[in-house]
Design a binder for this molecule. Structure first.
Ligand SMILES: *[C@@H]1O[C@H](CO)[C@@H](O)[C@H](O)[C@H]1NC(C)=O
Ligand SMILES: *[C@@H]1O[C@H](CO)[C@@H](O)[C@H](O)[C@H]1NC(C)=O
Ligand SMILES: *[C@@H]1O[C@H](CO)[C@@H](O)[C@H](O)[C@H]1NC(C)=O
Ligand SMILES: *[C@@H]1O[C@H](CO)[C@@H](O)[C@H](O)[C@H]1NC(C)=O
Ligand SMILES: *[C@@H]1O[C@H](CO)[C@@H](O)[C@H](O)[C@H]1NC(C)=O
Ligand SMILES: *[C@@H]1O[C@H](CO)[C@@H](O)[C@H](O)[C@H]1NC(C)=O
Ligand SMILES: *[C@@H]1O[C@H](CO)[C@@H](O)[C@H](O)[C@H]1NC(C)=O
Ligand SMILES: *[C@@H]1O[C@H](CO)[C@@H](O)[C@H](O)[C@H]1NC(C)=O
Length: 833
């Protein structure tokens, strides 16, 4: 009984009115209500059938500017949006068409003379009583009336639209693909020349489009979260958005789960552009969410082999470093198809690698799972046929062996590509150039010192500006444009201030030369090792990998921030080390590792220790740590990357928040910020942050809500390689809590009737934190008061976004939420927008 009386009355009210509406609807619509065609029934143009929840219609239509008639499926609320066409190549010339089930059980389209113009062509010896049904997913199925087994379905014979829930696939053994195929033109739905789908034969699965079977565009490899060759995906909130998975028969599938709040379709139009469209329920139109190829560089192999494309430069094509055009003359004229060739042949043993930052990686990568970037380099160096490698945290290593084609340079996001070049590319005559650069740098440095001294003298004279101002300066530094910070730090002089300094040698000895056996995990910007100092003190050593320039900003951020913070629930920084390329931070060692390892580790013996009381105190501890960041420290800090792997546990199982690489400091009266560079972790990011880059304290509250639910359930929020479209963790919590069945959400090993009330209450607090709109989420003080029962009565949470994968989008997608589920009436949350 978690509904207080007042809301119970409201529920009853809605339940009763809903029943009334249902009854009324069924009376009014009885004659039109059928979503099925059974044997003997004939549907004549312009009759149609409509799906149970009135989402999709099956009927006849004419495209613009023609009188031809086609059988198609379209949205009931937007009839001009045709999502499937039956007789696309055999139009009816007039409106005398009809659909029915033929003797052999096939669905057929007949013309005025009873001739079959289209058939499902399904063949089987014995169909007893076939029935055709249009589902609320937009799928048209043919099945035996008595059984649920489908004999034929339109989802496996798509036209030009990919609907949520539809699978695009490829079998890697036979090469067989299920593709969408464009219309011939906007007025002719006939089979066009452009197709699109999933390709799993060129390396990790990726989305592709073809023109008459030739590759036109590719999305880059799927890394378990995003397609790494689509720039926008590095920014957008795409969690629960795509799924790519495979089965043991060698089939790879791509699908988009259904999502009530955001009805999205993907179309390949007659000019070969793959477009993602989002239904705008308010303005009753489709908004374009993305279109590919997006620019010239997106066309497959635009710059030929060993070329690289950059849409922001003119000319867009250039040869990779160490390569030159095959045909200078044609290249100069902008005919890049011939590509480039190597200037100096490889020597195998003595080669080096040129790093190219932020790339769309070339086609045909060979993946090899690995947690360590250095391993990719060693492996590639050790194999003379390896000509390039790249590393992605989720895929691991990728290697290339023959050519590098369809390489593109992005701006600020993407994967770093390391191209193998002959050692002679890196040596002697380059040195003179280097001297010049050094000369300029030294000159600049001297000038800076002079200016700095001048500035310092001025400041000094101004007198007693106390310590506060220096803190503000740190804050200022990080609220300015992020690129500026990167540039500032790129000069090798890194000042770690008052932080105790360790030498590299000391740390190398402490970690057994950074031995793999000492690896504890990976933080935001590099591996973390366990170390033991000469005095036997245990430490955790976080090493910024020498190559990941991206981590520099995070490194400085962490140094400046965390050295000013002190709280029982924040991890303590013991010191730092900056020597040459090495940047290292040293923390207190946490014997119980991270919450991530304890909660989700496979059959972890320590998990047994995590009983309910322990988990409750961990939740409270994390909350207090966040409160300190948001309110109690002298700076106002938003962590931006709260997740179980960033919560460490000390020997007494006290939680300590770590990894401040992403955190942002706020000035006094600012209460939210925005950024073009969305950092954080899919699955824990609040929707407004992930989608629009807006963040505030409430985005941390969202992540905390996800954490609470994960701690209760003992499961991670995201499982990407699920074979089934299952509910997300949040969806699951919502459903069970809503059905007054909260206890069944709790991890089995700790679920108990005695603590049920507290557990259910905790789920409710978690749900309050993950509400869609920041204004609805409680602040962290309120959350803590709820946890400590200073606040006894909890408000009712609204349905979170992405809660239900398995339901159908409403006609005005973005504002309406599902009223009916599982033929059962539940309280719909009416959203005051
Ligand atoms: C609706 O379908 C049922 C079962 O297939 C059938 O008995 C009934 O006649 C249909 N009604 C209409 C109006 O087609
Ligand atoms: C239909 O014809 C009108 C008039 O010729 C033209 O303006 C319009 O663009 C056409 N529509 C399509 C989809 O081709
Ligand atoms: C088509 O078939 C229907 C029913 O089987 C029949 O009533 C109709 O006369 C036929 N039309 C023609 C043109 O044969
Ligand atoms: C059905 O089969 C016939 C003959 O094999 C073929 O011409 C027709 O295109 C097929 N129709 C469909 C929809 O596959
Ligand atoms: C999916 O594919 C990978 C590699 O192609 C393979 O190792 C794995 O076994 C496949 N999964 C299943 C369930 O067969
Ligand atoms: C296909 O989509 C692109 C991008 O939205 C658009 O520019 C183009 O006109 C469309 N082509 C047709 C035939 O509608
Ligand atoms: C580009 O160069 C190739 C080979 O030199 C030639 O065959 C082709 O016609 C050229 N393409 C254009 C558009 O000039
Ligand atoms: C070297 O790489 C090629 C292609 O990447 C692979 O086929 C071959 O087995 C590798 N050789 C060794 C010794 O690993």
């Amino acid at each position: 009984m978690h509904f207080p009386t007042m809301s119970h009355i409201i529920t009853q009210f809605f339940v009763h009115t809903s029943i009334l509406v249902l009854i009324l609807q069924s009376i009014v619509c009885l004659s039109l209500q059928n979503d099925t065609i059974s044997a003997g029934v004939i549907i004549r143009d312009p009759e149609s059938i409509i799906s149970a929840k009135k989402q999709y219609k099956l009927g006849f239509f004419s495209p613009p500017n023609t009188t031809n008639r086609y059988l198609g499926i379209f949205f009931a609320f937007s009839e001009e949006t045709v999502v499937w066409v039956a007789n696309r190549d055999t139009p009816l010339k007039d409106s005398s068409g009809a659909i029915t089930l033929s003797q052999d059980g096939n669905l057929v389209v007949l013309d005025g003379t009873n001739r079959t113009v289209w058939s499902t062509n399904f063949t089987t010896s014995s169909v007893v009583s076939p029935i055709v049904q249009i589902l609320d997913t937009g799928n048209l199925i043919l099945r035996e009336e008595a059984s649920r087994d489908t004999l034929w379905e339109s989802f496996l014979h798509p036209t030009d639209v990919n609907l949520p829930g539809m699978l695009l696939s490829q079998n890697v053994r036979t090469g067989k693909q299920v593709l969408v195929t464009a219309w011939k033109s906007a007025t002719d739905p006939g089979t066009g020349s452009f197709t699109g789908g999933l390709d799993a034969m060129r390396g990790p699965p990726q989305l592709v489009t073809y023109n008459e079977g030739r590759l036109l565009w590719r999305s880059g490899p799927w890394n378990g979260l995003i397609f790494v060759g689509i720039k926008e995906m590095f920014y957008a909130y795409l969690d629960m958005y795509f799924k790519v998975y495979n089965d043991s028969a060698g089939n790879f599938f791509y699908t988009r789960p259904q999502n009530d709040a955001l009805l999205t379709i993907a179309v390949i139009n007659s000019s070969g552009i793959a477009i993602r469209k989002v239904w705008n329920g308010v303005e009753k139109r489709w908004d374009i969410g993305g279109a590919y190829p997006e620019n010239e560089c997106d066309f497959y192999g635009k710059c030929g082999v060993f070329g690289s494309c950059n849409a922001l430069e003119l000319p867009i094509c250039s040869c990779l470093r160490g390569f030159e055009p095959v045909n200078e003359e044609e290249w100069g004229r902008g005919n890049w198809t011939n590509g480039c060739r190597r200037k100096n042949q490889l020597q195998c043993g003595e080669d080096g690698f040129e790093r190219m930052r932020h790339m769309k990686v070339p086609d045909f990568p060979m993946p090899l799972p690995s947690r360590i970037q250095d391993e990719c380099r060693t492996t590639c160096l050790g194999n003379c046929s390896c000509i390039a490698y790249a590393y992605d945290g989720n895929i691991g290593c990728m290697f290339w062996s023959d050519t590098l084609i369809d390489t593109q340079e992005f701006d600020g996001v993407g994967v770093d590509l390391y191209v193998r070049l002959s050692a002679s590319e890196f040596d002697s005559h380059k040195e003179r150039k280097l001297y010049i650069i050094i000369g300029v740098a030294v000159g600049f440095f001297c000038m800076s010192i002079v200016m700095f001294i001048a500035w310092w003298l001025i400041v000094k004279r101004k007198g007693n500006k106390a310590q506060d101002s220096s803190i503000l300066e740190a804050g200022q530094m990080f609220t300015t444009d992020s690129t500026a910070i990167v540039l500032k730090n790129e000069s090798k002089e890194v000042n770690i201030g008052d932080l105790p300094k360790f030498t590299f040698e000391m740390l190398a000895n402490a970690t057994n030369q950074f031995h793999l056996d000492n690896l504890l995990g990976r933080g935001g910007f590099g591996p973390v090792y366990k170390g033991v100092l000469a005095n036997e003190k245990e430490i955790a050593v976080k090493r910024l990998s020498a190559e990941s320039g991206q981590g520099m900003q995070e490194f400085m951020n962490e140094v400046i921030l965390i050295s000013k913070l002190q709280h029982k629930n924040l991890v303590k920084l013991l010191g730092g080390c900056v020597e040459k390329e090495e940047k290292i931070l040293i923390y207190e060692y946490m014997p119980n590792k991270s919450l991530d390892a304890c909660l989700f580790g496979p059959t972890n013996p320590t998990k047994k220790l995590l009983d309910w009381n322990m988990r409750y105190s961990i939740i409270e501890g994390i909350g207090r740590g966040i409160l300190y960041l948001h309110r109690d420290s002298r700076l106002r800090i938003i962590h931006r990357d709260l997740k179980p792997s960033n919560v460490l546990l000390d020997k007494d199982w006290n939680p300590k928040i770590s990894d401040f690489g992403m955190a942002r400091i706020f000035g006094g009266n600012e209460d939210h910020g925005s950024t073009a560079r969305v950092v954080g972790t899919y699955g824990y990011m609040a929707p407004e942050y992930g989608m629009e880059g807006r963040f505030s304290e409430k985005s941390d509250v969202y992540s905390f809500g996800v954490l609470i639910l994960e701690i209760i359930k003992g499961k991670k929020n995201t499982h990407y390689f699920n074979d089934e479209l299952s509910l997300s963790l949040i969806g699951c919590a919502w459903k069970m809590w809503n059905e007054s069945n909260g206890l069944s959400f709790v991890e089995e090993s700790i679920a108990s009737r005695e603590t049920e009330e507290e557990m259910v209450r905790c789920i409710q607090i978690g749900l309050l934190c993950v509400q869609e709109y920041p204004k609805d989420r409680p602040s962290i003080e309120i959350v803590l008061s709820m946890l400590s029962r200073d606040i006894v009565e909890l408000p009712l949470p609204k349905q979170p976004v992405f809660a239900e994968n398995g339901s159908t989008p409403g006609p005005n997608g973005s504002t309406q939420q599902n009223v009916y589920s599982n033929n059962e009436l539940t309280l719909s949350v009416l959203d005051g927008r």
